[in-house]
Ligand binder design. Structure first.
Ligand code: HPA
Length: 277
């Protein structure tokens, strides 16, 4: 018997503070969990306790769903993501993202580490994602569609919400944080790309490459959440620099980018809530 969202939400509500309705949800990628530490009055649920979810298993991922406040704004934070390369199903990623929607969020912030294909976007920088190329070998909405969640065919034209992009740029400007803009391409991983693949992706119009983001954004758009996305640039993509690519290296530069994200996202949330709530 497939799991229903009602069953999943029953478990979440058992942990949630009474009457707690988050307005903004977010998912934090590899090495970017520092922001979760800023959440006040946190209530955490390990992914293992949520029906249908396995724990993320790789170093740098502490898999917790955290409910609490950033400033005055009630938020839910997915601290650690589930990657396809871990062998997790699209079903598990659907459950994770739809929990955010079912708790009450209409805005979903996606963060993730990425390699840069642009000279000016350096390791440690941030890049706001404005569009994507789904190069995963599938789509998270394949299978029977539940019309009560969203439509069979989902438009992806404004997937990275124009209004939220303006709020993000305003927040970065206010904090004097350099924020590049670019197109993200998703690869399955876990191997990094070859230099030949990177040359091809550049020609397709991609600016950053990573192993996540895209499934979550498609699922979030399907259930009607507006999406904002910022990638933490952790390295120059394969073949574009003399540095050897490694997970340790991505964590090191992820930390530098995470410090900026930890300032940027609360400012963005302030701006978005003034505008939309
Ligand atoms: N490629 C894919 N995923 C990544 C990279 C990269 O260069 N850097 C961080 N995540």
């Amino acid at each position: 018997m497939p799991l229903t969202m009602a069953e999943v939400m029953q478990v979440i509500q058992r942990y949630a503070p009474k009457g707690f309705v988050p307005k903004i949800g977010m998912i934090l990628g590899s090495g970017l969990s520092a922001l979760a530490e800023q959440i006040s009055n946190p209530v955490s649920i390990p992914y293992q306790a949520i029906p249908g979810l396995q724990s993320g298993s790789i170093v740098g991922h502490a898999s917790l769903l955290v409910m609490g406040y950033l400033g005055e704004v009630p938020v839910v934070c997915l601290r650690g993501r589930l990657h396809l390369y871990e062998g997790v199903s699209y079903e598990a990623i659907r459950i994770l993202v739809r929990i955010v929607k079912n708790l009450g969020c209409n805005i979903f912030i996606v963060t993730g580490a990425a390699g840069s294909m642009r000279e000016e976007a350096k390791a440690g920088d941030l890049m706001m994602i404005t569009d994507h190329i789904n190069f995963h070998p599938g789509n998270p909405l394949v299978g029977p569609n539940d019309e009560s969640i969203g439509p069979r065919f989902v438009a992806m034209e404004n997937a990275y919400d124009n209004g939220l992009q303006e709020v993000m740029v305003a927040a970065a400007t206010k904090l004097n944080i350099l924020l590049h803009k670019g197109v993200y391409i998703s690869t399955l991983g876990p191997s990094f790309e070859t230099p030949a693949e990177i040359r091809a992706f550049k020609q397709w119009g991609a600016d950053a490459v990573g192993m996540s983001v895209v499934p979550e954004v498609i699922i979030a758009r399907h259930c009607g959440m507006r999406v904002a996305c910022v990638a933490a640039i952790t390295n120059a993509a394969a073949g574009l620099s003399k540095e050897k690519l490694s997970h340790e290296g991505t964590l090191q530069f992820g930390e530098i980018a995470a410090r900026k994200l930890t300032k940027l996202i609360p400012e963005f949330i302030k701006g978005a809530s003034a505008l939309y709530f």
